[in-house]
Design a protein. Structure first.
Length: 255
């Protein structure tokens, strides 16, 4: 009996931290997505505001959202998997404070529309890591990266569209070879894109290597105001194979 009691005590001690860890891992808060609500209001989330221990989930659509100037305390994460958010009352400025935060966009969209006061129509990446692997971001006025923020284009088709780029900002724009999307900033051309990535946003990378004037053309193609990656060699091979197959089929029909 004594050995049995000791065994029960041991099992309880060992299981308690596991249970606590499991409970903490489940904590999250989901954006309620009501039209006209404030993105940075506790009432807009089902389990209090986003924090370092309370990651946010966005998977629903909402229109006419109020200016998002939230500082969730730093160290926070928001996973935006679906749903379209339209900030037409104010600009998008969810910042990371002094610690930083992470916003992961893998589906859905963020649209910043309108003009006037309160940064309306402006999209600001302010001391956060904004990771985009899918979905789209559009800004009616300006797109900015500041306070050491980073815009990271991961493998996938995520895209960004903006009327203009806000110069003299501090931060980086980073890319990986699996990215198949595009960035269109109406005021930019090839020369401006080259200066932006190699100089203005010094430290920006492609596959972990700093982007420079010398290697820009190896990695990027600019068509008008739209930046994309140079197609991978396998893409050219596929296109060549399809053209060859088409040629053979045409020859056979003629024969």
């Amino acid at each position: 009996m004594k050995n049995l009691r000791n065994l029960k005590k041991l099992l309880f001690v060992c299981s308690a931290p596991v249970a606590l860890t499991f409970t903490a891992a489940q904590a999250q808060t989901t954006f309620l997505g009501t039209d006209g609500s404030d993105f940075d209001s506790a009432s807009a989330w089902d389990n209090n505001l986003v924090s370092s221990s309370n990651p946010g989930i966005v998977n629903t659509s909402a229109n006419s959202l109020n200016r998002a100037t939230a500082n969730f305390g730093g160290g926070w994460t928001i996973n935006h998997t679906a749903g379209d958010l339209d900030f037409s009352v104010g600009g998008w400025n969810v910042n990371g404070g002094s610690v930083g935060g992470t916003y992961n966009l893998s589906g859905g969209s963020i649209s910043v529309t309108g003009s006037g006061n309160n940064d309306r129509g402006n999209f600001l990446v302010n001391n956060i890591d904004f990771n985009i692997s899918g979905g789209a971001v559009s800004s009616e006025l300006t797109f900015r990266i500041t306070n050491n923020g980073s815009l990271n284009f991961l493998a996938g088709s995520g895209s960004v569209t903006s009327a203009a780029w806000k110069q003299n900002q501090t931060g980086t724009m980073n890319f990986v070879s699996g990215w198949t999307g595009f960035i269109n900033i109406a005021t930019e051309d090839e020369a401006k894109w080259r200066t932006m990535l190699a100089t203005t946003l010094a430290g920006s990378t492609f596959d972990g290597v700093d982007i420079t004037e010398a290697n820009f053309d190896d990695n990027f193609v600019v068509t008008g105001s739209t930046l994309t990656l140079v197609p991978e060699p396998g893409t050219y091979t596929l296109i060549g194979g399809m053209l060859a197959l088409g040629y053979v089929m045409v020859r056979r029909r003629r024969a």
